[in-house]
Design a protein around this ligand. Structure first.
Ligand code: BGC
Length: 767
């Protein structure tokens, strides 16, 4: 089911109004005079233009893109300039995996404007390494700034509720703690450059099907504990400059029109200080958006400004409220490079950024299987590379998460760079096949949304496979998938095709008969089916969509230059139907969904699999290393909880090579009136690179809020009295050490507003 963006939208070009000819030195000036003075001096029309961004245009290539005073072609949008007050326009550009701007400019044929494609969000989260993600953010932020952009429309941090969401690759995890800390880290890194971020899409934008209108019906508890919690962590820890409200409705009302979400929760409860902008053309009612505290409507459309002017004039919108939004936007503009007249170079340090992207890509790859030390491989081996995406690797997804790169390193090239010999005839067959498919099905960049066409797999015959098994020493099969904004994946995309399964089986048989190995690489943006074929592979490396240095990073891991240390931030179910969301995704009625009921409640991902005894193919938190780790000395600061508790655990590298371990801290809460998942992640850490025999002790601190569940009746986070268990684990299934503690009486960790109330009863899943 496709719901392409912009489909029913009338594009209006609202040009920035220039008042330079009226410039009067007596007028208050931004940066010199108080914001309140400027707001007082602005006309109603000016205020109504500032809260509405400027329009979009169609690029020569056919893509719909934004135009920011012509400053950064291809940016998604901008805010208006008002020279008479010294208010410049500011530039907002996508997106989560890199700066998405036009690579070519009409007026400048001497240069290109390509950007670094960073590894996708799902890969970054699989590193579980907040330091590394911040480092990516620092470099990313530099590129944002050097391209003249003020705010990057990223990170995407919706919860991966269902494996079929077409935008999962942009998002971090099924778990709000991982999502929240990953988002906070990248926001801190990016913003350390003096440019802004826009954490998105706030909130419950967990599918692409009918995303502009779908009504997500979700309980208050599931919202607070799962769908808002990551945003709360990001806001409280990193103060993003902006938040992007989502397209969808929550419990009957568009998120951009919900005061309880954008003001009561985001600002009053969490202390958010920045501005909220709509997603592009999101919501309907400009006046309701103003009242909700959605300061900026993106992108522009004169009818929106007019509606705001009319509402002030007829008394349905208090001008003081509009002034608040205007004031917040001006405060935002004050911080921007555009206001500070930063002289950007348009020449980011691509070489340094590629090195950081490569390092991050390798750090977030997950080793799912490694029988009999199939990996690492010695260089110089002769490799038979199967699978189209071995040669045309998917470096990232589509839509606003897409990045125009000048070049990228496919897996085949990365392996060749590392010293492997790539079986030539196979390479020629695959590349010819992909080339012919491209000629037969030319793709316009305009279609760079949703699930793009990928060439059907080249059919490796039994003879081809037999020959490869004779002349090559190791087989590699890459399974590739791509998706993105505007469409969800379908179950057949989650499953392997018959051709994929048959070829994998035939390669395994032919190579195993000669004592040779088959390595499978997963070049995907979201979970796929693995249970039916994983026995055929000697090793499986989940490479995700690794950004522009894809092949080099895969090679780094395959040869052991980088010891894999990524772990899954999302569960891989045995079959799609095992997912608790599967029975109502993407909503009802099935042929034209208007609403989706989150009947699984808080039981998303491992919270479901563990609590209901459903075995996933690979559990949340899982990932292998070329070495082994021992967990010891789990010690709690106390056996009773008093406002705070610390847990220490020692990790020792007991294997033969240096490696890093992702340590996960889960808590099992006592049974109470509320349903509780068997365990929930409350903290995580990644060790330093530990040499064989080396140890590191990690300390986790738990507060009452960490122990609390959201009690809907009391609108409060409450830690229930009773017996708790701390579990230190290598994954959500592989708990290494446990320790009990007690809480003698209930603690109200936080009392909050009644908000986001469902309009209809929800038949929520219970244990
Ligand atoms: C997407 C956003 C994006 C915006 C601007 C929307 O369709 O949902 O994530 O930032 O477009 O391109």
């Amino acid at each position: 089911m496709k719901s392409f963006r912009f489909q029913s939208v009338l594009l209006c070009l609202a040009l920035p109004i220039s008042f330079s000819s009226f410039a009067q030195s007596s007028l208050p000036q931004l940066g010199k005079d108080a914001i309140t003075e400027i707001v007082k001096a602005m006309t109603l029309e000016e205020k109504a233009s500032l809260v509405v961004g400027t329009g979009m245009r169609f690029a020569g290539s056919g893509t719909v893109i934004g135009e920011a005073d012509g400053k950064v072609p291809g940016a998604a949008g901008n805010t208006m300039n008002f020279p008479r007050f010294g208010i410049p326009g500011t530039v907002l550009a996508d997106g989560p995996a890199g700066v998405r701007i036009d690579p070519y400019r009409k007026d400048d044929s001497s240069k290109t404007y390509y950007a670094t494609a960073w590894p996708v969000g799902t890969l970054l989260a699989s590193s579980w390494d907040t330091t590394l993600v911040k480092e990516v953010g620092v470099a990313f932020g530099n590129e944002i700034k050097e391209y003249g952009v003020d705010v990057i429309l990223a990170p995407g941090m919706n919860i991966q509720r269902d494996p079929l969401n077409g935008r999962n690759f942009e998002y971090y995890s099924e778990d709000p703690i991982v999502s929240g800390y990953m988002a906070a880290s990248i926001v801190k890194g990016i913003q350390s450059n003096g440019v802004g971020t826009s954490i998105k899409h706030f909130a419950a934008n967990n599918q692409e099907t009918h995303r502009n209108t779908i009504n997500a019906i979700v309980s208050e508890r599931a919202l607070r504990e799962i769908y808002l919690r990551g945003f709360e962590i990001a806001v409280k820890n990193a103060q993003p400059w902006t938040v992007m409200s989502s397209y969808n409705k929550i419990n009957g009302t568009y998120t951009s029109e919900r005061n309880d979400l954008l003001t009561k929760i985001l600002r009053d409860e969490w202390g958010f200080k920045g501005i909220v902008m709509t997603d592009w053309y999101g919501g309907k009612d400009a006046v309701a958006q103003m009242k909700a505290g959605n300061d900026l409507i993106e992108p522009g459309n004169k009818s929106k400004s007019q509606a705001i002017i009319d509402a002030v004039n007829n008394g349905t919108l208090d001008v003081k409220l509009l002034d608040n939004n205007v004031g917040r936007i001006l405060n935002y503009i004050l911080k921007t490079p555009s206001f500070l007249k930063y002289k950007y170079s348009n020449v980011p340090n691509f070489k340094a950024h590629a090195a950081i992207a490569r390092n991050a890509a390798a750090a977030g790859m997950v080793l799912l299987k490694n029988s009999n030390y199939a990996l690492p491989l010695n260089r110089n081996l002769k490799l038979a590379l199967f699978g189209n995406t071995s040669y045309e690797t998917v470096i990232g997804g589509t839509g606003s998460g897409f990045v125009s790169v000048s070049h990228n390193i496919p897996i085949a090239n990365g392996l060749a760079n590392a010293g492997f010999f790539i079986q030539e005839d196979l390479k020629i067959n695959y590349t010819n096949h992909i080339q012919q498919d491209k000629l037969a099905h030319p793709q316009k960049i305009a279609l760079n949304l949703g699930t793009p066409r990928m060439a059907p797999e080249w059919e490796a015959t039994s003879e081809t496979i037999e020959k490869a098994a004779n002349i090559s020493e190791v087989a590699i099969y890459t399974i590739g998938r791509n998706a993105g904004e505007g469409a969800d994946r379908i179950v057949s995309d989650f499953n392997l095709t018959n051709n994929e399964k048959t070829v994998i089986k035939n390669i395994a048989d032919a190579f195993h008969a000669k004592g040779k190995k088959l390595i499978v690489i997963l070049n995907i943006g979201g979970a796929i089916e693995t249970a039916s074929w994983k026995d055929n592979a000697d090793a499986i490396l989940l490479a995700w969509q690794p950004g522009l240095e894809a092949g080099n990073a895969v090679a780094d891991v395959l040869i052991g230059n980088v010891n894999p240390s990524g772990k899954l931030a999302v569960s891989f179910p045995v079959k799609y139907e095992d997912e608790p969301s599967a029975k109502n995704f993407p909503g009802t009625p099935a042929d034209n969904p208007t609403e989706v009921v989150y009947e699984e409640g808080i039981y998303v991902g491992y919270r479901f699999f563990n609590s209901f005894g459903v075995k996933p193919a690979y559990p949340f938190g899982f990932g292998l290393s070329y070495t082994q780790f021992a967990y010891s000395n789990l010690k709690l600061s106390s056996t009773t909880f008093n406002n705070k508790l610390t847990a220490k655990v020692t990790i020792t590298n007991t294997g033969k090579v240096a490696g890093k371990e992702v340590v996960q801290l889960y808590v099992s809460a006592p049974k109470s009136k509320l349903d509780k998942p068997s365990e929930e992640l409350k903290g995580f850490a990644k060790t330093a690179l530990l040499k064989p025999g080396a140890s590191q002790t990690i300390t986790f601190t738990l507060t009452a809020k960490d122990l609390a569940s959201f009690n809907t009746n009391q609108s409060a986070w409450i830690a229930d009295a009773g017996n708790y268990t701390i579990k230190a684990g290598a994954s959500s299934e592989d708990i290494k050490l446990t320790k009990p503690f007690t809480l003698s009486k209930d603690i109200v960790a936080e009392k909050v507003n009644k908000a986001l109330i469902p309009q209809i009863p929800i038949n929520e899943l219970k244990k």
